[in-house]
Design a protein around this ligand. Structure first.
Ligand code: SF4
Length: 212
């Protein structure tokens, strides 16, 4: 059984797959408490489902791109058979994870979106740096950036661990907290090899919209 907060069809709002139709499977529960968290509703709410029922709901949407997200999806053991079964059925599977738990058991075909928590989140001491050795070229490393201090911290992290040599890098300003124009200016000044991410779903709907 797996505890699911919501399953819905939308356009992918983040990552290098932004704009593509995507089915989102949001698992309940998170071991972190980022100060700017936009999915606190997934900390506890949800219903227990068996994997066949999850696969059935995903199939009904008729879209072959699926993102497993949360909360922190790696907190539940049944996320692994769920990812295996989706891959068997020829879905392209993305996994969004907060970066504190190990990626070791995640199937290689899954596109991992690994958060590196910045100091502004309040959770940067929980980053599991061993995960950096487990990245595949199709994976993406995401920094959610609250302010100039977070930007400088992320820039040093990218350089120190040479992240651009092992995965794509996403810099995502905290919505309505950091001006996109400031972020663009800083990235261009530093000629940093990172991709700006805007959380498209919040631009289309609103920052509080759920299930879209
Ligand atoms: S890891 Fe994600 S779901 Fe968990 S508190 Fe941080 S932003 Fe929220």
């Amino acid at each position: 059984m797996i505890k699911i907060n919501e399953i819905y069809l939308s356009v992918q709002g983040e990552s290098s797959h932004t704009g593509l139709p995507c089915v989102f499977v949001r698992l309940t529960g998170c071991n972190l408490r980022c100060v700017w968290c936009d999915t606190a509703y997934a900390f506890h709410e949800g219903k227990n489902m068996n994997i066949d029922d999850v696969l059935g709901e995903v199939k009904d949407f008729g879209v072959k791109l699926v993102e497993i997200t949360g909360g922190e999806p790696l907190m539940q053991d049944d996320v692994y058979p769920l990812m295996d079964r989706l891959i068997e059925k020829k879905y392209k599977v993305m996994l969004e994870t907060g970066g504190s738990l190990s990626l070791e058991k995640v199937p290689r075909d899954v596109v991992k979106i690994l958060d590196i928590k910045c100091p502004g989140s309040g959770e940067h001491e929980k980053n599991n740096l061993d995960n950096l050795k487990l990245l595949a070229p199709h994976d993406e490393v995401k920094f959610v950036i609250l302010n100039r201090e977070d930007y400088e911290w992320s820039r040093e992290f990218v350089m120190k661990y040479k992240i651009n040599e092992s995965a794509h890098i996403l810099f995502s300003p905290v919505f309505e907290k950091l001006d996109l124009k400031d972020m663009v200016k800083w990235v261009l000044e530093d000629r940093l090899p990172v991709r700006l991410q805007t959380q498209l779903h919040k631009v289309i709907w609103s920052k509080d919209a759920i299930g879209v």
